[in-house]
Write a protein that binds this ligand. Structure first.
Ligand SMILES: [Zn+2]
Length: 266
């Protein structure tokens, strides 16, 4: 009787197989959240990227029109070798992650899914997830995309004060304060900003070129940004933006017939 709210029919893993079979006739879009278990400074839990990607995927599906896209169980582990000098970080290799994502994607295609939105909560998973997406597209010929904040980053960076706030800083501390304040130790929140006065090496510059570094060499605490500027209110605003923009994006994908997505050369 309470089934509708407690176990929404878009959550892949809690459906029975005949229910999935019926629903697949109506919906061909699935969201796959991917995260990481890695250090997030002395004040945030290790699961920020994993929890947030899962939360965003569910909120987006909930905000979509019926029939809502499927939401898959999240992939908790990611490519986090650059944080491995900090205890608690669990890292899987690029090869392991891409193989897993490829297998999940091929299996989804076999089930009848024609559009996969990989919702990535951890920036450094991006190259690996994009590689897997290409391989799924090559072999299953379905639409696969990877979203790592592109739909809303511009709005969020307009909102916050810190430049290069990329890890456990103003943004992630605010978004965690908004969802799980009991897990944030604000008295341990530190500020460590990156002094990158080169627009090409700047992580958040529009002209920034991708480069890679071990976090320990850039930050003593593991924070890259200004955690002390975080507030719950800011976090709520950021969540609203992310959910709204990502919902817009997923609706577009969901409502465009699969063959049209190709025709339009997206
Ligand atoms: Zn993070």
């Amino acid at each position: 009787m309470k089934k509708q709210n407690e176990y929404p029919d878009y959550m892949w893993a809690t459906l029975k197989w005949p229910e999935i079979a019926e629903r697949l006739k109506l919906v061909d879009t699935a969201i796959l959240p991917c995260g990481a278990i890695e250090q997030h400074g002395p004040h945030l839990p290790l699961d920020v990227d994993f929890y947030d990607a899962d939360y965003l995927a569910k909120k987006v599906a909930e905000s979509c029109q019926d029939p809502k896209p499927f939401v898959l169980p999240p992939v908790p582990y990611g490519v986090s070798y650059h944080h491995s000098e900090f205890k608690g970080t669990i890292c899987v290799t690029n090869n392991s992650l891409s193989t897993l994502i490829y297998d999940i994607g091929m299996s989804l295609a076999q089930n009848g899914i024609k559009k996969i939105v990989i919702l990535n909560g951890h920036g450094d998973n991006a190259p690996t997830l994009k590689y897997a997406a290409q391989m799924i597209n090559r072999d299953a010929k379905i639409f696969v995309c990877v979203e790592t904040g592109e739909t809303s980053d511009v709005d969020i960076y307009d909102l916050i004060k810190t430049h290069n706030d990329i890890h456990a800083g103003e943004i992630e501390t605010s978004t965690t304060l908004a969802l799980r304040p009991g897990l944030v130790d604000m008295d341990k929140a530190v500020d460590e900003t990156l002094d990158l006065d080169n627009e090409f090496l700047d992580f958040t510059s529009e002209r920034g070129v991708s480069w890679y570094a071990h976090t320990k060499l850039l930050s003593k605490s593991g924070v890259m940004g200004n955690a002390s500027l975080a507030t719950e209110e800011k976090g709520k605003i950021i969540w609203d933006i992310m959910i709204r923009k990502m919902t817009e994006f997923v609706e577009t994908i969901k409502n465009t017939p699969a063959d049209k997505l190709y025709q339009n050369k997206y």
